[in-house]
Write a protein that binds this ligand. Structure first.
Ligand code: GAR
Length: 213
């Protein structure tokens, strides 16, 4: 059984998708939030998962918070630590400690739009496709070997909220899948790329807007 610890900061819909996926061989050992008002904590406890709040504001600096968080996480002997809408930047020491077993979901097609306000920036850029990325975490913000990406079209009447909803729907599909690959031991990091054993191959292109028939 692989122990999974999930970190959230807010509503935790990605955490929820992972819990609901009930991945064979995975045990969600704890959900930890850095904010007391993170509404996802209630979902976790309602599902019998240990729900912990470690308020970053109670710590003198980033290093002190990172250290307390590391100790708390390590008490669960995690095989994988999942950042699911965790909105605190984690220091280099923390990231290095979990190298190869720390994953994140980011609401853009990385390396495009690291950081905040990804949907607004995608709209402003004029891109006709946008999406989400699940990746292993490295010290550099929103970088690291990519496990999977979902691409959605940007539609002419999209605003930030509509685009965010379309992307989030795909996040809920790709994050449990990526975690499942890891739990099944099917992933191997090769430089910036992640190789997934026995993954279906598809050469079809997504073209947006679609070509004339
Ligand atoms: C998700 O869209 C996730 O990709 C994003 O925050 C949202 C959290 O939603 N994460 C980041 O922006 C991290 N850089 P959720 O709490 O409902 O899962």
């Amino acid at each position: 059984m692989k122990n999974i610890v999930i970190l959230i900061s807010g509503r935790g819909s990605n955490m929820e998708a992972i819990v609901r996926a009930a991945i064979p061989g995975a045990r969600i050992a704890a959900v930890i939030a850095n904010r007391p008002d993170a509404s996802g904590l209630a979902f976790a406890s309602a599902h019998g998962i240990e729900a912990v709040c470690l308020d970053h504001k109670a710590f003198a600096d980033r290093a002190a918070f990172d250290e307390a968080l590391r100790q708390r996480i390590d008490a669960y002997a995690p095989d994988v630590v999942v950042l699911a809408g965790f909105m605190r930047v984690l220091g280099e020491g923390f990231v290095r400690h979990y190298e190869g077993r720390l994953i994140n979901i980011h609401p853009s097609l990385l390396p495009a739009f690291p950081g905040l306000h990804t949907h607004r920036r995608a709209l402003e850029s004029g891109a006709t496709v946008h999406g989400a990325t699940v990746h292993f975490v490295t010290a550099e913000l929103d970088s690291g070997p990519v496990l999977v990406q979902a691409v959605v079209p940007v539609l002419p009447d999209d605003d930030e909220a509509a685009l965010a909803t379309r992307v989030l729907q795909e996040e809920h599909r790709i994050y449990p899948q990526a975690l499942r690959w890891i739990v099944e031991g099917r992933t191997r990091i090769a430089g910036q790329r992640v190789l997934v054993q026995d993954r279906a191959r598809d050469q079809a292109a997504l073209i947006s807007p679609p070509l004339d028939a």
